[in-house]
Write a protein that binds this ligand. Structure first.
Ligand SMILES: Nc1ncnc2c1ncn2[C@@H]1O[C@H](COP(=O)(O)OP(=O)(O)OP(=O)(O)O)[C@@H](O)[C@H]1O
Ligand SMILES: [Mg+2]
Length: 307
C-alpha cells in the first residue's frame, strides 16, 4: 500500500510586483518553496509547522491541486497531483483559511447540501449528509441561518464540515482552529483524533504548538521554503538535545529553597535530588518536572535557521 501523501522536492516561486514610488513597479521573485519533501501515512496526523510566510499554505495548495509546482512532484494515494488532479480532488478534503468559498445568502445547511450535489450525491443524500455534518460540527442550532451571519468560529466549523462531505480518506486542515474558542478548538482536536482512528491521513497546520503536540504523530518544521527538521515531537526535542528541568522545593531552617537541575534524564535527576535532600534531613514540599515543549524546539530551530 502506498503512503497517503508523498511530496518530493517541491519547489515553487511566485513572480510579484512591488510598487516603487507612485507608478513604477519592480518585479520581485518570491521563493516560496525551495525544497520540501515529506510523507503522511494512513492513520497519521502530520503537523506542518513554520513561521509566517514559511510556505505551509503553498505546500497545502500544491498537494490539493490548487497550485502547480515549478518542479518536484507529489502524490495522494499514489495519484500525481498534477497529472491526475481530477482523481485527487475526489479523495481529499480541504480546509483553507481564510475561506472564501461559501455562499453568503444561503444557510450553512444549504451550503453543505449544495457542495454535496457538486460531489455527486443525489438531492436526498446530499441533504441527509448536510444535516449529519451540521450536527457533527455542532451547528445544528444554526442550521437555517444565512452564512453571512455566522461568527468566525461558526465559519471555521462549517469549513470542516464541507471538507468531510464526501468522506475523503485524506484531509488537509490549514489552521482549522484559528478563531475558535478553547472548547470548540478542543472539539476539533477530538474530531481529528476520531478521523485518524478511522485510518484517514491528515495534514494539519497550526501556530498553536501545544495543540500540535497534542494531536500530531509527526511534525515537519519548514523555514524559508525548506524542510528543516522532521520527526515525532519527542524525537525533535531529543534531536535538539532539549533538557527537562527538575525542581524540588525543600524547607531549610523554615525557609523555602529550590534545587534545580537541567537534565535529559528526569527520572535519574529526580532520584538524585530527593536522595540528596533526604540525606541532609530536609523536608521536600514540592516537586516539579518541566518537560521541554514543542514550542521551545520550534523557537530553537527557527533561530538557528536565521543565523
Ligand atoms: N499568490 C502569491 N503571489 C506572490 N507571493 C505569494 C503568493 N502566495 C504566497 N506567496 C508568498 O509565498 C511565501 C509563502 O507563503 P505561504 O502562504 O505558503 O506561507 P505560510 O507558511 O502559510 O504562512 P502563514 O503562517 O502566515 O499562513 C510568502 O512569502 C508569501 O508572501
Ligand atoms: Mg498559511
Amino acid at each position: 500500500m502506498s503512503v497517503a501523501v508523498a511530496a518530493s522536492n517541491l519547489r515553487k516561486r511566485f513572480i510579484s510586483y512591488e510598487r516603487v514610488g507612485f507608478i513604477r513597479k519592480r518585479k520581485i521573485v518570491v521563493e516560496a518553496l525551495r525544497d520540501v519533501s515529506f510523507n503522511v501515512k494512513w492513520g497519521e496526523v502530520y503537523g506542518l509547522l513554520g513561521p509566517n510566510g514559511a510556505g505551509k499554505t503553498t505546500t497545502v495548495k500544491i498537494l490539493t491541486t490548487l497550485l502547480i509546482p515549478d518542479s518536484g512532484y507529489a502524490t495522494i494515494d499514489g495519484h500525481d497531483v498534477v497529472r491526475e488532479a481530477h482523481l485527487v480532488r475526489g479523495i481529499i478534503g480541504l480546509v483553507l483559511y481564510p475561506d472564501k468559498g461559501f455562499y453568503s445568502r444561503l444557510s450553512g445547511y444549504e451550503n453543505l447540501a449544495y457542495f454535496g450535489r457538486l460531489y455527486g450525491l443525489n438531492k436526498s443524500m446530499a441533504e441527509a449528509r448536510a444535516r449529519e455534518l451540521m450536527k457533527l460540527v455542532g451547528l445544528e442550532n444554526a442550521m437555517n441561518r444565512p452564512y453571512e451571519e455566522y461568527s468566525l468560529g461558526m465559519r471555521a466549523r462549517l469549513a470542516i464540515a464541507r471538507a468531510l462531505i464526501h468522506d475523503p480518506p485524506v484531509l488537509f486542515l490549514d489552521e482549522p482552529t484559528i478563531g475558535l474558542d478553547p472548547v470548540s478548538a478542543r472539539e476539533v482536536r477530538e474530531l481529528v483524533r476520531r478521523l485518524r482512528k478511522e485510518g484517514k491521513a491528515i495534514l494539519f497546520t497550526s501556530h498553536n504548538l501545544w495543540e500540535v503536540e497534542e494531536v500530531c504523530d509527526r511534525v515537519g518544521i519548514i523555514g524559508n521554503g525548506r524542510m528543516i527538521i522532521e520527526g515525532s515531537p519527542r524525537d525533535i526535542k531529543d534531536m535538539l538535545g532539549l533538557k527537562y528541568v527538575v525542581e524540588v522545593e525543600v524547607q531549610v531552617n523554615g525557609r523555602v529553597e529550590t534545587i534545580r537541575e537541567e537534565t535529559s534524564n528526569p527520572a535519574d535527576a529526580l532520584r538524585r535530588v530527593i536522595n540528596n535532600a533526604e540525606t541532609r534531613g530536609l523536608r521536600i514540599s514540592r516537586i516539579r518536572i518541566n518537560e521541554p515543549s514543542l514550542e521551545e524546539a520550534f523557537v530553537r530551530v527557527i533561530k538557528d535557521e536565521g543565523k
